[in-house]
Design a protein around this ligand. Structure first.
Ligand code: NAD
Ligand code: TYD
Length: 339
């Protein structure tokens, strides 16, 4: 089987590409625009593999997507490409709407025209919005997005579903919880806290730090996507959760303990506007239908992630140079220290 992956140079997409090349006999074509979040260094392990090909391009470019699908004739598309960061979507929503909505539309049109046999759309638990404890979202929960990021993802989910209902395009949607692991861009909570702790820089905690996220090791997510690619039923949605809900402050404290740094590095800052208080997911459907289950416990996964960042200081230095500094100043410079 040959699959077209979009966004395969990012955090999760690159883990998926590495896993598919290492553990299956599938061919992979990776279409990626290489935005600030796309990094070909993440694909060093596969770049010379004969079953792998990289194409530099924008998923919003309809002519390119059309020609690529026509030339490569993939049996399946696994669609990761997105603007993936909530804070950036608040500072600058336009690229988020463009890539997450228009880009998904372009991919769907390409898949429809060339009758691609399977379209896996990689989405997020954030589309369900904030849930009161002890609720856990099942796939039937209403969409209740809060940020431009999650609203654009929810919109793309609806668009994908419409291509199934209207055009019979064989789609499957996955909705995963917060991922963590190696190669994660240090704008998201866990890699930001690890890299700041290494440098004895303040660890900026939004609001009271009691917001709850469910943490999923990136390889467990990728195995869930592979299970859905192989066994998911057409037109269905599958949640993929880590079954490990933690308040942000607990995560930050664990990072400090494992890096041997003091809790005095914690700095409470002004909260994120529209900040969702709690995400929680039930992955019972995926487990029941495919036998998938998350394998990595959070403590081991976090230790492994910290060890990777420790061993890959050059990767960190390169991604934190240039435009990263501008983003950091824009997102954190304006926040007041609280408490
Ligand atoms: P990421 O930001 O690390 O990577 C995104 C990739 O998409 C980058 O390689 C980037 O260059 C590429 N890209 C962006 N715009 C593009 C465009 N217009 N054309 C082509 N390529 C483009 O994101 P990630 O964390 O790996 O997330 C991947 C997918 O998984 C996203 O769809 C995201 O919504 C979803 N997801 C992420 C999480 C998470 O915790 N990170 C959880 C659930 C779902
Ligand atoms: P993030 O990694 O951006 O993922 P998401 O918002 O998509 O869940 O943030 C995870 C949680 O950590 C979220 O509640 C916001 C919080 N957070 C901070 O407290 N400080 C930070 O500097 C960042 C980036 C996030």
């Amino acid at each position: 089987m040959k699959i077209l992956v979009t966004g395969g140079a990012g955090f999760i997409g690159s883990a998926f590409v590495r896993m598919v090349i290492a553990e299956t006999d599938f061919g992979v074509v990776n279409l990626d625009k290489l935005t600030y979040a796309g990094n070909l260094e993440n694909l060093k392990a596969v770049e010379r593999n004969e079953r792998y090909r990289f194409v530099h391009g924008d998923i919003c470019d309809g002519a390119l997507v059309d020609a690529l699908i026509e030339a490569e004739k993939p049996e399946a598309i696994v669609h990761f490409a997105a603007e993936s960061h909530v804070d950036r979507s608040i500072l600058s929503p336009e690229p988020v709407i463009r890539t997450n909505l228009n880009g998904t539309f372009t991919m769907l049109e390409g898949a429809r025209k060339h009758k691609v046999g399977r379209f896996v759309h990689v989405s997020t638990d954030e589309v369900y919005g904030s849930l009161e404890a002890p609720l856990e979202a099942t796939e039937e929960f209403p969409l209740n997005a809060s940020s431009p990021y999650s609203a654009a993802k929810a919109g793309s989910d609806l668009l994908v579903r419409s291509y199934f209902v209207t055009f019979k395009l064989p789609v499957v949607i996955t909705r995963a919880s917060n991922n963590y692991g190696p190669h994660h861009f240090p704008e998201k909570l866990i890699p930001l806290m690890i890299t700041n702790a290494f440098d004895d820089r303040p660890l900026p905690v939004y609001g009271d730090g009691q917001q709850v996220r469910d943490w999923l090791y990136v390889d467990d997510h990728c195995r869930g996507i592979l299970a859905v690619l192989r066994k998911g039923r057409e037109g269905e949605i599958y949640n993929i959760g880590g079954n490990r809900s933690l308040p942000n402050l607990d995560v930050v404290r664990q990072v400090l303990a494992l890096t041997g740094k003091p809790e005095s590095l914690i700095q409470y800052v002004t909260d994120r506007p529209g900040h969702d208080r709690r995400y929680a997911l039930s992955s019972e459907k995926l487990m029941r239908e495919t036998g998938w289950a998350p394998a990595m416990d959070f403590e081991t996964g976090l230790e492994r992630t910290i060890a990777w960042y420790r061993a890959n200081g050059e990767w960190v230095a390169r991604v934190r140079s240039g435009a990263y500094r501008e983003y950091y100043e824009k997102n954190y410079g304006g926040r007041e220290t609280v408490g």
